[in-house]
Ligand binder design. Structure first.
Ligand SMILES: Cc1ncc(COP(=O)(O)O)c(C=O)c1O
Length: 399
């Protein structure tokens, strides 16, 4: 359940208006379909893109540098490196952290496949530890079990799934003890916090995605944030063909790199989205509270927000053993839903040849059968919320 009392931050506090059921306005007219995602772009974004078009520096210009500075400041890190998307951010960050052929990195099997793919792209071996069934994020106890069984682990890549931070204090302690790097996959968690600190500032580095369904977007885009100058310099070089970042630019290539650069148009959109991110996250949290209150008496599990964590509800994901029937009922009522993720990464066909994917990870496998995400984006209107709630409640009361 969402506990708003424990997060009285200025950008996170929510006024639920007391008993919200009594406060609901009488909304007339036909309910319309409620999509699972709906990116919100402002007139400001259009204006800023127009000024980039007029300026003409469409790739890797001052707009990108400004976005990097503003995003680093938002996360509370010293440095940021913009990339073409979240996957390239993870790949370049792993390379910058020194992952080499055969290095093993512990990650979550219950994530978008990119979390583990990036390890493979960097030449490493993903090793899966199971998730905590309440938070859906890496279980530190299972990470310790894996570390007890292997001596080739070089780092931990926790995923802040659905907008909820992984248990960073415990995972960072484990990493310190075993001298491992921590790379946060924060692709779904822009603005989420642990003990008042934003995600991105815990690990050696962190990566974000700005795909259109995320809490903020640039169309396609990504960002690496870090306090480590060496990691920032290497990452900036890898995303730009291994160019010598301390030189004069030009064609001095000191490493094998990639073209993983963000466009100036993407950065222009991103800067306007970052200005609105706190409002977006506040709206998501308000909708989550609305759902929590109205689902409390139903036989389903609502999302958890552990003490000290601030969830930003990239997804509002419920858990029920009649997931598929509920999904069908909601679809009949034009309520969009998503299953993130119906197949854990270690069970994906693309992982059949990966020896570490043979693991049994019961919590990830059970979650894959039971999770269902409901619309929680800022475009979900008051009427939409009620449509979603009615559709879920009707499923349980008309059986
Ligand atoms: C947890 C996670 N990691 C990585 C990625 C990859 O980001 P992108 O799609 O921008 O490459 C995503 C995007 O969906 C994600 O959700």
């Amino acid at each position: 359940m969402t506990d708003t009392e424990q997060n009285p931050e200025t950008d996170g506090g929510i006024d639920t208006g007391g008993d919200a059921a009594d406060a609901e306005p009488d909304l007339e007219g036909e309910a319309t379909p409620v999509p699972i995602a709906d990116p919100e772009l402002s007139a400001d974004a259009v204006r800023r893109v127009e000024s980039v078009l007029e300026d003409g520096r469409l790739a890797d210009g001052p707009e990108v540098r400004a976005f990097e500075e503003e995003f680093a400041a938002y996360c509370g890190t010293d440095e940021a490196v913009a990339t073409a998307n979240g996957t390239t951010a993870l790949h370049a960050a792993l390379e910058a952290l020194g992952v080499e052929d055969g290095d093993a990195v512990i990650t979550s099997p219950f994530s978008f496949v990119a979390s583990a793919n990036a390890i493979r792209l960097a030449g490493g071996k993903p090793v899966f530890a199971d998730i905590d069934p309440e938070t859906y994020t890496l279980d530190p106890t299972d990470v310790e079990r894996v570390l007890g069984e292997r001596d080739d682990i070089v780092g931990i890549l926790p995923v802040h799934l659905y907008g909820l931070p992984a248990d960073m204090p415990a995972l960072c302690d484990i990493a310190d003890e075993h001298e491992l790097f921590v790379l946060e996959d924060a692709c779904q968690a822009h603005g989420a916090k642990v003990d008042g600190r934003r995600v991105g500032a815990f690990g050696d580095a962190a990566c974000f995605s700005f795909y259109p369904t995320k809490n903020m977007t640039t169309g396609e885009g990504g960002m690496i944030v870090t306090d480590r100058d060496d990691v920032a310099d290497r990452a900036a070089s890898y995303v730009n063909h291994g160019r010598n970042v301390s030189g004069t630019g030009g064609y001095d290539h000191v490493d094998l790199g990639h073209n993983y650069r963000l466009t100036s148009i993407g950065a222009a959109i991103g800067r306007t989205q970052l200005e609105r991110l706190s409002d977006f996250n506040r709206a998501r949290r308000e909708i989550a509270v609305f759902y929590d209150d109205r689902f409390a008496d139903l036989p389903l599990e609502t999302p958890t927000e552990p003490t000290g964590s601030r969830h930003v509800y990239h997804q509002y994901t419920i858990r029920t053993d009649e997931r598929d029937a509920l999904e069908a009922s909601l679809s009949e009522r034009d309520v969009g839903t998503g299953i993130y993720y119906g197949t854990p990464i270690h069970r994906q066909p693309a992982y059949e040849t990966i020896s570490t994917a043979a693991a049994t990870l019961p919590e990830a496998e059970r979650a894959a059968d039971e999770v269902l995400s409901l619309p929680v984006h800022p475009g979900v209107s008051e009427r939409d919320r009620r449509t979603v709630v009615e559709a879920v409640r009707d499923h349980y009361t008309t059986q």
